[in-house]
Design a protein around this ligand. Structure first.
Ligand SMILES: NC(=O)c1ccc[n+]([C@@H]2O[C@H](COP(=O)([O-])OP(=O)(O)OC[C@H]3O[C@@H](n4cnc5c(N)ncnc54)[C@H](OP(=O)(O)O)[C@@H]3O)[C@@H](O)[C@H]2O)c1
Length: 212
């Protein structure tokens, strides 16, 4: 059974693959941006910005009028620029690279990577811990007092924010302001899709589809 609150009409021009990739990642991103109160004119740092949730967070932050600094491997930088973000690589020297891009400071951070680096750099650059959220740094995030979101232990499930996000997300797709990057696998390729996901460098969402 699917709860009625989880079902929204699919925009006619939207593919089933994109629809399948939209709602969990999109609602998680809206939850993170809402929990950190990201608004117009602010600068937000998004870690793992080319992943499923990261790409949603980047685009919805841009819709909110924020400036987005996005961490990703170089291969994903051109696409992140197209979406309106300013990309930089993660690993060694991340805090300094972000300071170079945003000398006036970073207002909020969203961690979709769950790494110690993402948590540490966020703590170093964002003054208010209430404006740092992670969807993946379990259990460390709670220990250092940042907001933990979603289904992990002690995290805020954000049910009402996520329920309300669904229609907002499909409306953004319909308006051409949000795109869902997907890569499709046939059902018989599920194992390969899992292996790819586990390798940790998926950009967007992997979607399983029945054979055409
Ligand atoms: N709490 C929740 O509500 C919730 C909801 C959905 C997902 N999640 C969790 O949140 C995490 C992100 O989900 P997702 O679906 O966005 O994952 P994903 O699509 O698998 O994320 C892949 C991305 O992670 C980046 N990445 C890999 N290693 C990194 C590192 N050390 N530092 C920074 N970025 C790195 C990769 O970037 P490059 O390829 O550019 O290197 C890749 O684009 C997962 O752990 C997932 O289980 C939580």
């Amino acid at each position: 059974m699917v709860p009625a609150s989880a079902v929204v009409p699919k925009p006619a021009a939207m593919s089933w693959e994109a629809a399948g990739g939209l709602l969990l990642a999109g609602a998680t991103a809206v939850h993170a941006l809402t929990a950190t109160d990201v608004g117009a004119g602010e600068t937000v740092l998004v870690h793992a910005a080319a992943g499923g949730v990261g790409l949603m967070a980047v685009q919805v932050a841009v819709v909110r009028g924020a400036r987005v600094i996005a961490t990703a491997s170089e291969v994903n930088h051109a696409y992140l620029r197209e979406l309106g973000a300013e990309p930089t690589t993660y690993c060694e020297g991340l805090a300094d690279r972000v300071r170079g891009l945003a000398p006036d400071g970073v207002d909020a951070a969203i961690d979709c990577a769950g790494s110690d680096e993402a948590v540490d750099v966020s703590l170093e650059l964002v003054a208010d811990r209430d404006r740092i959220a992670s969807i993946a740094a379990f259990p460390r995030g709670a220990e250092v007092g940042i907001k933990m979101l979603g289904g992990g232990p002690g995290a805020d499930p954000g049910t009402s924010v996520r329920d309300a996000a669904r229609l907002h997300l499909t409306a953004l797709v319909q308006q051409g302001r949000l795109e869902v990057r997907t890569r499709s696998f046939e059902l018989c390729e599920a194992a390969e899709a899992h292996r790819e996901g586990q390798a940790g460098h998926v950009s967007g969402k992997l979607v399983l589809v029945p054979r055409a």
